[in-house]
Write a protein that binds this ligand. Structure first.
Ligand SMILES: Cc1cc2nc3c(=O)[nH]c(=O)nc-3n(C[C@H](O)[C@H](O)[C@H](O)COP(=O)(O)OP(=O)(O)OC[C@H]3O[C@@H](n4cnc5c(N)ncnc54)[C@H](O)[C@@H]3O)c2cc1C
Length: 480
């Protein structure tokens, strides 16, 4: 019998698992996909927002500001990347400047500590590529950028180190309440027993809740966000995250420097019915190009290397819905977690444990270890360190991904690491092989061979992503 089953291994489920793993409880994280962090957590803007924008007196506002601060602690404990960009919200005329003033007041009331204005001259000194007609900017120095799925992996690895169990390819297909425990059915086959269930199932939260409850107090309304990715050669085009003024549809189309030097342009925000239709659209991509001209000039569209889309778990509740079920005690909804859910995730986990699980009287473990060791990133080492590593392990001398300078040793580590994976996309998410200019055109076949060798599988059984997505489907040449 588990104490807690957590449904979903996105940034929210993994933070909850880590937070709970401090206590003397038995935890299982269930994930329907072939890897952790495959939905919203792998397709977003990667911004750790300051908290200037959510409506006042909402959980979104409170947990965003708290989450932003908690990332500083997570950086130290989990060795996650954080790029302290700061952010500018821009105004183009007197009316928009008044709206900046309102945003300033809201940020103060939300608890954002650092916030200031720059006039046109100061702003252009700091960001020479701002659009010429910008008259004033609101500066938010606490805004930063991270690598979202790496954070989710780090939390889950750390939770596993502290005793949490993780099962992937495990879709929750039914939930039944017995007298004082739940029966959770996986893949229509296996039944698991647990005293409590925490649903952190992203866009699927309402569907998961309907497995148990007749009346679910929120509905998920999926909202797609599309992006362009610029190559690392664009690094330095802007230093700050650039936001337009927010509208009722959200924070708008942004320019976002990324931790590895790329720049994201996007996202759009368009309602759609499908929860997993991730295709890009001509209208969406054109909208990004049109909207961005109000933010910056000289945008290097010639450096676009790919497009992608993510789907927000927006809900009818109009705030994060983090509550115990009204009908079934010990079933906890963590739903409607759209933006700023990445930022808020560590604070969501604390809120759940400190407030909703208070009556569970959790006892701390005395051997909890909050530290996740630092990963080797070969290209960031200096020459002497690189030589020493190659001497110790010659696989560091074999550069597999030429664009991103990723070595064979790093790919092998991604396969066998604490949260290892044997798919092309899994390796891309962990080691970044295939993330560069050629998008895997050159290295994918080598990565394929390394996965086959390391996992002792035939090469045509290696999947791209989910189960049954092999890259090689049949032989195309007759052997001599
Ligand atoms: C376009 C876009 C831009 C965004 N930008 C930002 C940003 O810059 N900053 C920010 O703070 N936030 C941002 N967000 C929001 C942020 O990405 C999300 O709030 C956050 O990732 C939500 O994490 P999650 O764990 O709740 O959901 P998810 O990452 O979607 O994880 C839910 C998991 O549950 C699993 N699951 C679902 N059903 C089942 C089942 N039946 N059984 C087992 N597993 C199941 C899914 O497979 C999935 O892995 C953005 C979101 C989008 C889409």
């Amino acid at each position: 019998m588990y104490d807690y089953v957590i449904i979903g291994s996105g940034i929210v489920g993994t933070n909850i698992a880590r937070e709970l793993s401090q206590y003397q409880v038995k935890i299982l994280v269930l994930e329907k996909e072939n890897d952790a962090a495959n939905h919203q957590t792998v397709a977003n803007s990667a911004i750790i927002h300051s908290g200037h924008d959510p409506k006042e007196n909402t959980l979104k506002a409170k947990l965003c500001v708290e989450g932003n601060a908690l990332y500083e602690q997570m950086e130290k404990e989990l060795n996650i990347p954080l790029l302290r960009t700061g952010a500018f919200v821009v105004a183009h005329n007197k009316d928009e400047e008044l709206m900046l003033d309102e945003l300033y007041e809201r940020a103060i009331r939300n608890g954002v500590k650092e916030i200031l204005f720059h006039d046109q001259e100061q702003a252009f000194k700091l960001e020479p590529n701002l659009a010429d007609d910008i008259t004033k900017v609101l500066s938010l120095p606490s805004t930063k950028v991270t690598y979202p799925w790496e954070v989710a992996f780090a939390c889950l690895e750390n939770a596993i180190l502290n005793g949490t169990e993780f099962k992937k390819n495990s879709e929750v297909t039914d939930i039944k309440k017995e007298k004082d425990y739940f029966k959770v059915e996986i893949n229509h086959k296996v039944i698991i027993e647990t005293k409590s269930v925490i649903s952190a199932a992203g866009v699927f939260s309402d569907q998961v809740a309907y497995l148990l409850e007749k009346n679910v107090p929120y509905q998920i309304y999926p909202r797609k966000g599309e992006y362009f990715v610029l190559d690392r050669k664009a690094k330095g085009f802007v230093q700050h995250v650039l936001y337009p003024l927010p509208t009722s549809k959200g924070k708008g189309v942004l320019i976002i420097p990324q931790v590895h030097g790329n720049i994201l342009l996007g996202p759009t925000s368009n309602r759609q019915d499908e929860k997993d239709l991730l295709s890009n659209t001509r209208d969406g991509l054109n909208q990004i190009k049109d909207d961005l001209h109000t933010l910056a000039k000289n945008i290097p569209f010639n450096l676009i290397i790919r497009t992608f889309a993510g789907i927000r778990a927006s809900s009818s509740f109009d705030d994060f819905y983090i509550q115990e079920s009204k009908t079934y005690s010990n079933f906890f909804h963590v739903a409607g977690i759209d933006s700023p859910g990445l930022t808020a995730a560590p604070a969501i986990a604390k809120y759940l444990v400190d407030h909703l699980l208070k009556h569970h009287n959790l006892q701390k473990k005395n051997n909890y270890d909050p530290i996740r060791p630092k990963k080797t990133v070969f290209y960031k080492l200096d020459f002497e360190e690189q030589l020493a590593l190659i001497k110790k392990d010659p696989r560091y001398g074999n550069l597999v991904c030429k664009c991103e300078k990723i070595t064979e040793a790093e790919i092998v580590e991604a396969i066998h690491g604490p949260l290892g994976n044997d798919t092309i996309k899994g390796i891309k998410k962990r080691a970044r092989a295939g993330s560069g200019l050629c998008q895997g055109g050159y290295c994918e076949q080598t990565v394929l061979k390394i996965i086959a060798r390391e996992t002792n599988q035939p090469i045509d059984k290696i999947n791209y992503y989910a189960l049954d997505t092999p890259i090689l489907v049949q032989e195309t040449k007759v052997k001599p």
